[in-house]
Design a binder for this molecule. Structure first.
Ligand code: B12
Ligand code: SF4
Length: 615
């Protein structure tokens, strides 16, 4: 990508050292950076923020882990750092507020930024941005920060992936860092402070009026250089999970549990065509030392009271020996915290030995990256997995039922026929895992699949501007109800009209998605008899019906069903909520009719033929 960028019109190539020096002096006249303020913008702009969702603790509230890494590195060269997490501030204030009318989203983060600036008086402000959907919020924060008269630097996954649009749209950003900036940011400050020569500038683009100066030498941290422990003392680690969610498995822990995150590996061994990780981190995996990772866990547990961590890794289980060694070290040191791998693990690494060690070291939940059960599709998308490996992984998980094992599936790949989708459904059924997180393909810019689909004329090249993710609290999935009418009333019927070797038209995919979701996730609960699994599913459905999607009628119905199975009665409030939902929503009425479900089942404990021994 760096090559691509330097070749673009409007981006200068190499620059004379003197010219660069002059530019740095214009930006930093005293050539003396002593203090850096690092800022996390709110995840979205005010227009996309829903007060009631934040009140339900529906939004994510992750520690700004990348900024804490940068801060740790800057402190090593005696730079003072402050981190202001505006996403956290907004969520916290929303949680504490009693009145939506008086809740002023923009005023909250602007006041906080102003206070941080005046209190700390930094020489440079650095703003991070991970997600495309945060673009507008990044722009607002940079524009606000730009008024304080010190240069503004930006960095993060979105900045890297979408650098041209970001720099064109956010004129208040003076400096942009690309890719992992562990070294590049520190080197930049040392160059400004005349401690290093300008030739050490790397992975950075500096703005000078209308000109952009890219200095794109690579400065990628090695395994040794990523083993530093982040500056946790600059964060509000114990507080984040009180105001938002971290990871996908928080429902398995008591609500008062404190959550945090840890990154043990950078990059991924695979190169799936729909994923941008290789584009950001480069090929292959760099691993931290086991001792630095376990030291970090110990600090989080002992100094910050953390009871659960989510691994940020893209390839947590890379290298069998190291993985088992790390999990064993966690046990040897007597760590009490539990953990999850929300981002997903590679199925081929889920051997008996690895999963036993994972379970012993506190694993309570993870996602397995599968995507498809069809060998041709797996080959096409370069997914590192085979059907045999998926089935073997499932067997390993069946031996450790304390782990809630969920599977990532995807439909809608180019050329994916009805028969291929059935392969995915059939393999998923054979695996019999606890949940299936099913997505429709959404090609992201800067991924091979996006480029291929644009080249084949399958999608327009809209770039990231129109990218709106399907999942997540701000995703399009939450609006699914608005435009959907069932095409047929039976799972198999949904496919009946489509020949096996035909690719289903886009309008059928939502129906197919819906039927997969119902059968693979909900209907299978009628067969569940294992007490530990029923307990996990009750917690999962509580999460869906209380936090994620309170009007999800299947979640209400099946929560009631499991209550009936486990305790012999159903909470009356649950039945009331379900009845209310069915009266007010034709979407759910239609689906309840199609699947022969009724709130009466919960009232009289009669589940027709659905549940073999329900009564
Ligand atoms: C953990 C994670 C999540 C977490 C949340 C992370 C969080 N808020 O902290 C969860 C599970 C919520 C998540 C969800 C999603 N994610 Co995600 N996620 C990641 C993941 C695996 C790791 C992020 C991380 O913490 N990295 C480690 C830290 C250390 O890196 P960092 O923050 O980038 O910081 C470094 C540099 O960027 C730089 N830097 C960062 N900021 C700054 C600032 C300055 C001033 C400077 C100088 C440097 C700098 O320096 C740091 C040190 O090197 C990345 C993949 C990846 N490897 O980055 C995907 C990734 C970011 N996610 C991605 C996607 C697509 C999603 C989802 C949309 C998935 C989905 N379909 O639902 C959702 C949407 C989220 C939402 N809010 O709705 C894409 C991003 C695509 C995009 N352009 O937006 C990524 C790249 C993975 C991919 N598949 O390609 N995700
Ligand atoms: S295995 Fe996961 S992280 Fe690795 S390339 Fe594939 S999708 Fe990306």
């Amino acid at each position: 990508m760096l090559d691509k960028l330097s070749a673009r019109e409007g981006f200068a190539g190499h620059h004379e050292d003197q010219q660069t020096e002059a530019l740095l002096t214009r930006l930093f006249p005293s050539r003396d950076i002593k203090k850096v303020l690092l800022v996390t913008p709110p995840d979205v702009e005010a227009a996309f923020f829903r007060y009631e969702n934040a009140k339900r603790r529906r939004y994510s509230n992750y520690p700004p882990y990348g900024l804490a890494i940068l801060a740790g590195n800057l402190r090593e060269i005696d730079i003072a750092v402050k981190i202001t997490n505006l996403n956290h501030e907004v969520l916290k204030r929303c949680f504490e507020s009693n009145n939506e009318v008086e809740f002023d989203f923009d005023a909250i983060w602007k006041n906080k930024l102003e206070a941080a600036f005046h209190e700390f008086e930094p020489d440079l402000i650095g703003v991070t941005c991970m997600f495309t959907m945060t673009h507008g919020s990044l722009r607002n924060v940079c524009n606000d920060a730009g008024q304080y008269g010190v240069p503004v630097a930006i960095g993060g996954v979105h900045v890297t992936n979408d650098i041209e649009r970001v720099l064109a749209d956010i004129a208040s950003a003076d400096i942009a860092f690309l890719q992992e900036a562990d070294l590049a940011f520190r080197q930049f400050i040392q160059v400004v402070n005349r401690q290093l020569p300008v030739t050490d500038l790397a992975q950075v683009i500096i703005r000078d009026g209308k000109e952009l100066y890219p200095l794109l030498k690579e400065s990628k941290p090695t395994s040794e250089q990523i083993s530093n422990i982040p500056a946790f003392d600059l964060l509000e680690i114990p507080d984040y999970s009180s105001y938002g969610i971290i990871g996908s498995f928080y429902h398995l822990k008591p609500p008062e549990t404190r959550f945090s995150t840890v990154l043990s590996n950078r990059g991924c061994r695979a190169n799936c065509t729909f994923c941008s990780v290789a584009y950001f981190n480069g090929r292959g995996v760099r691993q931290r030392t086991i001792s630095s990772v376990v030291d970090e866990l110990e600090i989080l547990q002992n100094e910050y009271g953390i009871g659960h961590i989510m691994w940020l890794d893209d390839d947590l289980l890379k290298d069998h020996k190291r993985t088992v060694g790390m999990f064993e070290e966690m046990v040897r040191r007597g760590l009490r915290l539990t953990w999850d791998a929300t981002n997903g693990v590679i199925a081929a690494s889920c051997t008996d030995e690895v999963i036993s060690a994972a379970a012993a070291s506190g694993c309570i939940g993870l996602h397995i990256g599968m995507e498809s059960g069809n060998p041709a599709i797996l080959h096409q998308i370069k997914k590192p997995g085979t059907v045999d490996k998926f089935l073997a992984a499932a067997e390993a998980f069946h031996k450790h039922p304390q782990i809630f094992a969920s599977v990532f599936l995807m439909i809608g790949f180019p050329g994916e026929t009805k028969a291929m989708i059935f392969d995915t459904i059939n393999v998923a059924r054979q695996m019999d895992m606890d949940w299936y997180s099913i997505g429709q393909l959404q090609p992201l810019p800067n991924t091979p699949i996006y480029d291929a689909m644009v080249a084949q004329g399958l999608i327009p090249d809209v770039g990231s501007k129109q990218t709106r993710f399907m999942n997540g609290p701000h995703g399009r999935a939450s609006e699914r109800e608005k435009n959907s009418k069932l095409a047929s009333s039976d799972f198999e019927d949904a496919f009946a009209a489509i020949p096996a070797d035909q690719v289903p038209a886009a309008e059928y995919l939502t129906d197919i998605w819906f039927y997969m979701d119902y059968h693979l996730n909900f209907h299978r609960l009628f067969r569940e008899v294992r007490p530990i699994k029923m307990d996990q599913q009750i917690k999962k459905l509580r999460k869906v019906s209380d936090i994620l999607l309170p009007d999800h009628a299947f979640a209400l119905y099946f929560l009631g069903y499991l209550q009936h199975r486990t305790q012999g009665n159903v909470e009356p409030d649950l039945v009331r909520r379900l009845e209310k939902q069915l009266v007010s929503s034709s979407y759910w009425q239609e689906r309840f009719k199609a699947f022969k479900l009724s709130p009466d089942h919960l009232k009289n404990g009669d589940f027709n033929s659905h549940a073999p021994s329900a009564a």
